[in-house]
Ligand binder design. Structure first.
Ligand SMILES: Nc1nc2c(ncn2[C@@H]2O[C@H](COP(=O)(O)OP(=O)(O)OP(=O)(O)O)[C@@H](O)[C@H]2O)c(=O)[nH]1
Length: 357
């Protein structure tokens, strides 16, 4: 399948590839839908080519995928996994054009491969046999093939088994693709189920789950935990003055700001309408106050462009932290304390941070 070739030799092979017996663009669509090109090594494929090499008694066996301009090695014996050769220099590119099976007993004397002299020199390959990987809808996307250093023919039994292994390789590609699609769908569903769509923050349900977990961790390892409640000031005026869509736009950009302001271990969630809660694990009162002050300044500094208007909002923040060495950490009491501090921040004039007593 491999030959280093350039100039007229490469052009000759390129010409031999055309015309394709199928719609090449549709074939490529089929190949790309399997998400296997440039994928990692997979022992299940290695096992298939090991069986092919053993049964055919050859030093070379590969599962290869034929891309637009290259042939990429999914698994290889005698050839590295992940390696690739230009399509014009690969025998496998002929296999998928010619049919479901291609056997060339003597590479030197076959018109399709006689020009691949360097391939024979580098690998010492003299014979080739490959079975196409055929998709359910009939597209040949690659091959499972073997090569030997002697000119020879495979037995009928070896051909039959090679064809069977190619079908197994195709089934494995289908399986891996379904697994990957399922994993992606699950991740998307999990993301949707845990995220507030307007702000991109976590939702209330996840906040309470994480609060329980973080409180338990804080108690177990005797590390501090802080909660910061953030409430936008006079938010009703934005809705009433510029419309609900303006209020939504403000919430969206505040959400974005908070997502970028927190660390990966922190939990930022939409607590209520225009109220947001950030849990800060392993952070005591002093660190939480610094975080809250910085957030207050950043929120106040945003200019929200909406419908030709330039809007800005301030926020009031209430901060509560666990005391070190507590017998238990009561998550509800922590939120309650942050809520009381937030209420005081509102009462004392808004646009400020208040730390719970
Ligand atoms: N646009 C929009 N508004 C919301 C959303 N959730 C809550 N609100 C609005 O937020 C406003 C909250 O008003 P209030 O509770 O009176 O508080 P406020 O006007 O922010 O005043 P203070 O909190 O006292 O500073 C109400 O007008 C709600 O309708 C939302 O998802 N989108």
């Amino acid at each position: 399948m491999v030959a280093m070739m350039s100039g007229p030799e490469a052009d000759a092979i390129g010409a031999a590839l055309a015309p394709h017996q199928f719609d090449e663009e549709k074939r490529l669509d089929a190949l790309y839908r399997y998400l296997q090109l440039d994928s990692a090594r997979d022992e299940a494929f290695d096992l298939l080519i090991e069986a092919a090499a053993e049964i055919c008694q050859v030093p070379y066996a590969t599962v290869s995928l034929v891309d637009r301009d290259r042939v990429w090695t999914k698994a290889g014996i005698g050839m590295a996994q992940g390696s690739e050769v230009p399509r014009t220099q690969a025998i496998c590119a002929h296999t998928i054009v010619e049919g479901d099976f291609l056997e060339i007993p003597n590479l030197a004397s076959d018109a399709r491969t006689a020009g691949l002299s360097r391939q024979r020199e580098e690998l010492g390959a003299q014979m080739y046999a490959g079975a196409s990987l055929v998709t359910g809808d009939g597209f040949r996307i690659g091959t499972l093939c073997v090569m030997d250093r002697e000119p020879r023919q495979l037995s009928e039994r070896q051909r039959r088994i090679l064809g069977g292994l190619a079908r197994q390789a195709m089934a494995l590609i289908e399986l891996r693709t379904h697994e990957r699609q399922l994993k992606d769908a699950l991740e998307r569903a999990e993301h949707l189920a845990s995220t507030d769509t307007l702000t991109g923050l976590l939702n209330r349900r996840v906040l309470f789950e994480r609060l329980e977990q973080e409180a338990a961790r804080s108690h177990r390892y005797d590390t501090p935990l802080s909660a910061v409640l953030i409430d936008l000031d006079h938010f009703k005026r934005i809705n009433d003055g510029y419309g609900h869509a303006a209020g939504d736009a403000v919430l969206r950009s505040v959400g974005k700001l908070i997502r970028s302001a927190v660390r990966s271990a922190d939990v930022a969630a939409r607590y209520g309408g225009e109220e947001i809660c950030v849990l800060l694990p392993q952070t005591g009162a002093e660190g939480a106050q610094r975080f809250a002050e910085s957030l207050r300044r950043k929120i106040g500094a945003i200019v929200h462009e909406f419908d030709g208007h330039r809007l800005s909002v301030t926020a009031s923040l209430g901060v509560a932290s666990t005391a070190p060495g507590l017998a238990t950490v009561d998550p509800q009491a922590l939120l309650k304390a942050a809520d009381i501090a937030l209420y005081r921040a509102k009462r004392e004039g808004r646009d400020r941070v208040v730390i719970a007593d």
